[in-house]
Design a protein around this ligand. Structure first.
Ligand code: NAD
Ligand code: MG
Length: 382
């Protein structure tokens, strides 16, 4: 039995995780749940149904309402301290971070210090603080298990093979809804159009990041840290069907891939049950749906995100944290209607160019760079 703390339980990954747990009740148990508080009814419903040892709402003002909805049977926590306490829960074996953005960073570091394995969906925390998170995990002897489908695929294909046997890691990208859109039309893209993902159903932030290809840029840096490999060997290929979830190209020319329907339940389950594979209720592979798998090289002129990510990842230090924070603010500004779609890249490029990178930054320096980049991105006027 694996005992799980789930941070971000009401979101897209959170809900898929609950389905995985419901599917494997003899092997997986939820001992902690946390969410932001935007959907309090759902957090309360989950708490009543799964009866975890503790539940946490990030927004403190919602704590009394949550208490009223769940009664006195469950210990309730709030705020960042609540997330950190949950991440260190003595009852837990593994902590799954599925909080959008970087609010999961402190809880992730706390979980590692408490000796818990970490399953990471929140790529933003590895982009922001990949060096700090992976070195802490190494020191504490805990695992970092990738939930992001591409990284989960690479992890399955690598299967413990050493880095020197790898020529390249190939992340697949759907290409998003604007794969074929002429550049001249980018300035007119609406929020509604950008939220139409061709193959995956996900939270709004990652859906918008998929439309700009910033998601793949974040994933390049995520891969660099998860697999301890230099950026030059992290490559991207566009694959519109999202059936091949990524490839490992080995030095002998062999290419291994992991394939399945685009459904996050599979990578989540593999991360939670690792090293075992367990039978589940997911539909079996349908070869008719796989009869046409296409691949093409990304268009760097129309989609500058990949080049920006590569530059930030190669620069290292605080550059990836600035890349991530600038993107987060730019996406929020696009949602509010303050900027046009291509300005998202414009802001990231501008803020990265202005940043003075700190090498081998400690956590305080990373958080300072994050704050600086958010302010600079909010002030950008074009
Ligand atoms: P979402 O917007 O659907 O859900 C976000 C969750 O985080 C919600 O439960 C929300 O309440 C919670 N949350 C937000 N701020 C919080 C805070 N300060 N404290 C505690 N909880 C907070 O997002 P999502 O699509 O599930 O994505 C979550 C993470 O997983 C992101 O980092 C995303 O990049 C990554 N990811 C998602 C998918 C996917 O299929 N959705 C795939 C790969 C990776
Ligand atoms: Mg992904």
């Amino acid at each position: 039995m694996k005992r799980i703390v789930l941070l971000g339980s009401t979101g897209s990954i959170g809900q898929s995780t609950l389905k995985v747990v419901a599917d494997l009740p003899d092997r997986l148990q939820l001992v902690g749940l946390a969410a932001g508080g935007g959907n309090l009814d759902e957090l309360a419903r989950q708490t009543r149904e799964y009866r975890p040892a503790a539940a946490c709402v990030f927004d403190r003002s919602k704590l009394p309402a949550l208490r009223e909805k769940v009664g006195n049977a469950t210990r309730l926590l709030a705020g960042e301290e609540g997330l950190v306490e949950l991440a260190m829960l003595p009852e837990a074996d593994i902590v799954l971070i599925a909080i959008v953005g970087t609010a999961g960073l402190r809880p992730a570091l706390a979980a590692i210090e408490a000796g818990k394995d970490l399953a990471v969906a929140s790529k933003e925390i590895l982009v922001m603080a990949g060096e700090a998170v992976t070195s802490a995990a190494k020191r504490q002897g805990v695992r970092i298990l990738p939930v992001d489908s591409e990284h989960n695929a690479i992890w399955q294909c690598l299967d413990g093979k050493p880095r020197h046997e790898v020529r390249n890691l190939w992340l697949t990208a759907s290409g998003g809804p604007f794969r074929k859109k002429p550049q001249a039309e980018f300035a007119k893209i609406t929020l509604q159009e950008a939220l139409q993902h061709p193959t995956w159903s996900m939270g709004n932030k990652i859906t918008l990041d998929s439309a700009t290809l910033m998601n793949k840029g974040l994933e390049m840096i995520e891969a660099r840290w998860l697999f301890d490999i230099e950026m030059a060997r992290v490559r991207v290929v566009v694959h519109p069907q999202s059936i091949v979830h990524s490839f490992v190209e080995f030095v002998d020319g062999s290419l291994l891939a992991q394939l399945c329907e685009p459904n996050m339940r599979l990578p989540i389950q593999y991360a939670l049950t690792y090293p075992e594979r367990l039978a589940n209720t997911l539909p079996a592979a349908d070869f008719m749906k796989m009869s046409r798998l296409e691949f093409e090289m990304p268009d760097h002129d129309r989609f500058p995100a990949l080049g920006l990510a590569r530059a930030a990842g190669e620069r290292g230090g605080t550059a990836p944290a600035v890349f991530n924070a600038a993107n987060e603010v730019a996406v929020a500004r696009f949602v509010k209607g303050e900027i046009r779609f291509p300005d998202i890249w414009g802001i990231v490029e501008h803020v990265l160019a202005k940043h003075r990178v700190v090498e081998h930054a400690d956590l305080g320096q990373i958080l300072e760079a994050d704050r600086w980049a958010r302010a600079a991105s909010a002030a950008w006027k074009g």
